[in-house]
Design a binder for this molecule. Structure first.
Ligand SMILES: Cc1ncc(COP(=O)(O)O)c(C=O)c1O
Length: 431
């Protein structure tokens, strides 16, 4: 495409075709439809039935995929997190350290268990929890830490596990965005005491709606999680349901329709993952050559599953004077969207600034905040900077045929970067 072409925001032709702008995800094929219909025509519409179901099949395959011994399927990633906290004995009065940048569920899950979330800052490169910031937040009430493998890159599990071992903390990986990522050759989902995956339809391994998977190497944790997800009832093979609740339980079950769809997607997961590893890095290399953009990178010994691609913008490095990082981000957001590059924000504030946490929202009596000592606080300048100065690409690039679309997105970036004086004037106005 011709460089120095008129920007689409000012009447030029967009760099990206409508098809490339709207690549679908998930990819739904006849095999997925057949898998769902087979459940509708079978005898297991719920997973509380005795004997194997598509849910128990998914559990077995996912535990093996993660190189661990147990998997407990749940209704979504949030209930996988809360069930893991419960199964590991985290409850009222406990503090749980979570990163200041994540999806809201990471901070809400401790509250759902009457525990208190405590927010650590993040690392500026991986955007995952900063273990030094987490260490500053340890008190005698700290019971657990939730490292999030944000956007598909594993958190620093050596440092997290070492911190947890020093202070006797449970480690729950939030792997909602990181199916198939590895840390020093080991799959996420096998790196802590338990892990929670989301299968929500936009994830790298999707269901046709909502779903979650909890993994653990510990039989007792899996047993408690299994009891908790179904009203505290014990389901014994060969014995009919007795409706007796042995512990406090919820109804957090996955249904076989969702499991069947996820199993069908799992059959193609390795191919899709290989396609992402082919498509994304060349695109990132092209963008990385532009001044003032930092692209996601992979730490040595890790696999990044590229669930979300986050770009940081630095006006100084782009030679733009009188422009703030947020002004630069706002200007390129407008200009890139006009070109058809589907960039968007992912999280508009650090988690601790969400109203539910600043208001200390709880039940009608203010529980659990009202009955707990004030939790420690850490500054989170890195999370604030990242939210301010970055944009993301989500979903479209997950499609196995996204290579051509990503080329067009790179064209769009280059076209905008060819006209930095225009970007500067716009960014100054938006600073
Ligand atoms: C990091 C993270 N944790 C937890 C969740 C919650 O998963 P779900 O939406 O399946 O409840 C998500 C979902 O987007 C997530 O991205």
């Amino acid at each position: 495409m011709s460089r120095h072409a008129k920007l689409a925001a000012f009447g030029g032709s967009p760099a990206v075709s409508p098809r490339a702008r709207d690549l679908p995800w998930p990819v739904i094929e006849d095999a997925d439809r057949a898998a769902v219909l087979a459940v509708l025509d079978g005898d297991h519409l719920v997973s509380n039935a005795d004997g194997p179901t598509r849910v128990s099949e998914l559990e077995e395959r996912w535990a093996a995929f993660c190189g661990t011994s147990h998997c407990v399927a749940t209704s979504n990633g949030t209930t996988a997190l809360t069930t893991a906290l419960h199964a590991l004995g985290v409850g009222a009065g406990d503090e749980v350290i979570v990163p200041a940048l994540s999806f809201i569920a990471t901070g809400l899950a401790p509250l759902h268990q009457s525990a208190i979330p405590v927010f650590a800052d993040i690392d500026p490169v991986t955007m995952n929890i900063d273990p030094r910031s987490a260490a500053d937040l340890i008190t005698e009430r700290t019971a657990a830490i939730i490292p999030v493998h944000l956007h598909g890159h594993p958190a620093d599990m050596d440092a997290v596990d070492a911190l947890a071992a020093r202070h006797g903390l449970a480690v729950i990986e939030d792997a909602a965005q990181a199916h198939g990522a590895t840390w020093r050759g080991k799959p996420v989902g096998s790196l802590g005491d338990a892990a929670a995956f989301s299968l929500q339809a936009t994830k790298n391994l999707p269901t046709c709606g909502e779903g979650g998977l909890l993994t653990t190497a510990t039989a007792a944790v899996a047993e408690r999680a299994t009891l908790a997800r179904q009203f505290g009832e014990e389901m014994t093979a060969g014995r009919s349901r007795d409706y007796i609740s042995h512990i406090l339980g919820w109804n957090h079950k996955m249904n076989p329709v969702q499991a069947a769809f996820a199993l069908s997607q799992l059959d193609r997961f390795a191919d899709y993952e290989a396609a992402r590893q082919r498509n994304v890095p060349p695109f990132l290399s092209r963008i990385a050559g532009l001044p003032g953009i930092t692209v996601p990178t992979v730490q040595p010994g890790c696999t990044h599953t590229w669930h979300i691609l986050r770009f940081r913008f630095d006006p100084e490095a782009a030679g733009l004077t009188g422009v703030t990082p947020a002004g630069f981000r706002r200007a390129v957001h407008r200009l890139l969207r006009a070109e058809g590059v589907p960039v968007s924000r992912y999280q508009v504030m650090p988690l601790p600034e969400q109203k539910v946490f600043t208001d200390r929202a709880g039940d009608s009596h203010g529980h659990p905040w009202a009955r707990s000592a004030p939790p420690p606080r850490a500054p989170h300048p890195v999370a604030t900077a990242v939210v301010d100065d970055s944009l993301t690409l989500q979903r479209r690039h997950l499609h196995p045929d996204a290579g051509d679309a990503l080329e067009q997105y790179a064209d769009g970036f280059e076209k905008v970067w060819d006209q930095l004086p225009t970007v500067r004037s716009m960014a100054r106005a938006l600073t």
